[in-house]
Ligand binder design. Structure first.
Ligand SMILES: [Zn+2]
Length: 251
């Protein structure tokens, strides 16, 4: 069986035995993999404590068939995830990135652009960037990459461009904005300011424009509420880190 090489972000690790770990990794080349790292809890060895949560590393692994764990044979640390500055927000935001990558992607389903976005997000969080904006960028960029971005400028049902002013009906089950005709009789709808959908579209768009977006507190609260609901619907449950996202509103 051939050894595969990849660049990876450590998503999760669980004790397997006295000395070994099961490590979940998001790789740029292969997508998510679950692997067994024998002897990883010893300080010296082929992993040399490279398997820190959210660390970026170069790995070598043996790909196993279907249901068994892959075998991690080497991991070399490229960058540890260390958040500088006061507060735990950056750290929790990193955990949320790991949770979304883990829940929203499938094993052996590579998304190199999503990998790059995650890598860039973690580097930004570690450097002390604005946590709220970094998260919005990651979530909306990830939704776009994975084909889950809700309709923000056209009606999700009939495809007609929306008049982007006032309040807009957003169908949580219908994949986004709904025009006055299509919203009739729909369940689980929210009313959102058009400006909030515009901000979401800007954060989802490729490129660097999101960095220059200023969000007032009220819009941020509304945006967070809508996005939290949408992500819950998508995952079928509430992400563990949503509690923490609620507290970001107070910034
Ligand atoms: Zn419509």
């Amino acid at each position: 069986m051939p050894a595969e090489k990849a660049t990876a972000i450590v998503l999760r690790k669980v004790d397997f035995s006295e000395s070994s770990l099961v490590v979940s990794l998001f790789t740029r080349e292969f997508g998510k993999i679950d692997s067994l790292a024998k002897g990883a809890k010893r300080l010296k060895g082929p992993f040399e404590s490279a398997l820190d949560l959210l660390a970026l590393c170069r790995i070598v692994f043996l790909r196993k068939t279907s249901e068994t764990l892959d075998l991690l044979t080497e991991a070399k640390l490229e960058r540890r995830f260390r958040v500088t500055g006061p507060g735990l927000e950056g750290l929790y935001a990193g955990y949320y990135v790991a949770e979304l990558l883990s829940e929203m992607t499938d094993r052996y389903d590579p998304h190199p652009e999503l990998f790059d976005l995650a890598d860039d997000t973690l580097a930004g969080l570690a450097a002390g960037d604005d946590v709220s904006k970094r998260l919005l960028r990651f979530e909306l960029g990830a939704l776009r990459e994975l084909g889950h971005l809700p309709a923000l400028e056209c009606c999700a049902e009939c495809g007609k461009p929306m008049a982007m002013s006032g309040r807009i009906t957003f169908g949580l089950l219908d994949g986004g904005a709904l025009c006055p005709r299509c919203r009739q009789g729909k369940r689980q709808v929210a009313s959102v300011a058009a400006g909030v959908l515009r901000i979401m579209a800007q954060f989802a768009a490729p490129g660097d424009r999101w960095r220059r977006i200023e969000i007032d507190r009220r819009s941020h609260g509304e945006l967070r509420g809508l996005l939290n609901h949408f992500v819950c619907h998508l995952l079928g449950r509430k992400p563990r880190l949503h509690e923490f996202l609620g507290r970001l509103d107070a910034n």
